[in-house]
Design a protein around this ligand. Sequence first.
Ligand code: 5GP
Ligand code: MN
Length: 340
Amino acid sequence: MQTVSVRFFPGLAKKMKNEKIYRDVFDHIKKAENIAIIFHRSPDGDCTGSAFAFYYALKKLKKRPVILSPEPLPFNCAFLDRGKVVRSAVGEGERFDLTIVLDLSEPKRIMRGIELPKRDIFGFVINIDHHITGSGVGDLIIQEPDAAATAEIVYRILKTNAIEIDREIAEAVYTAIITDTGGFRYSNTTSETFAIASELLNCGISSWEISREIYESEPKARILLLSKALSTLSFEKEDKIAYMKLTLDVIRNTGATDDMTDQFVNYARSIKGVEVGLLFREVSGGKVKVSIRSKDDIDVASFALRFGGGGHRNAAGIVLQENIDESVNKIISALKEYIK
Ligand code: 5GP
Ligand code: MN
């Protein structure tokens, strides 16, 4: 079996809105039959929504798309998978002509179990992403850090190629946009975000029905876990830094699943006067996942890069191979220096 490393094309990275490239994407799609759609570890609303938008568009084109996710979809976005189409593994002998990689810009964020470097399985690889860090993964890379969500780029690609935006596609893109913008609140929200949202609502979807799935259907275990996280809230640097900790034991004892901690970090940032909020969360394999959120000009993507992480200016993450207390000490002391 031929195994070639995932290639990098840093020179192609950070291409801005470019209709020629959007059409190139469809040139590859037209030539393909079996198409895999994959996305990043710890999937969120953006990658899930982007995947379903592409899935339904490809179905319209009579292609055979497969969404592959060895990890479960985020609990509040699982409603998008009404047809239970998401598969957790590549089938025996299965081959794809094309793979579309969404909301991911570096090989280490590919989900465990997806061996993308096996080119004979995954074929030509197109990467569509909006992170500012990482140089992309694949043969054709579209990386637009100005997009509020990867789904905005997906939407532009579909529109450029005259795909009719039906309710299913609109619902998927809308889900992605509201989750990645925190309901149109974060600094990534632009007039274009609202313009796209307006077009989506004109496709017959209901903002409330989607918001109810995402924000008003909280599992009890998640709120119990939130209360545990909030009880660890600590402050540093004249209350400019606020952080919380969650151990695996606490997560397991509340009956919550790992994806349920998404957004907890925002409570730390939301406090008046706090400039950076963090959540330190134990994950399996003796690792700690650090979620970081900042206000205004504090660039936490650059900060995260120093520790092998990355993300966006105001929302970034790091994975450390250290215990939780060591991780807190290391990151908080570096952050105290960083924000000055
Ligand atoms: P979250 O804290 O919600 O997991 O992630 C916030 C942002 O940082 C997301 O855009 C995510 O893609 C990015 N991010 C999270 N963890 C990592 C990581 O370990 N490495 C990199 N490069 N980016 C991350
Ligand atoms: Mn995203």
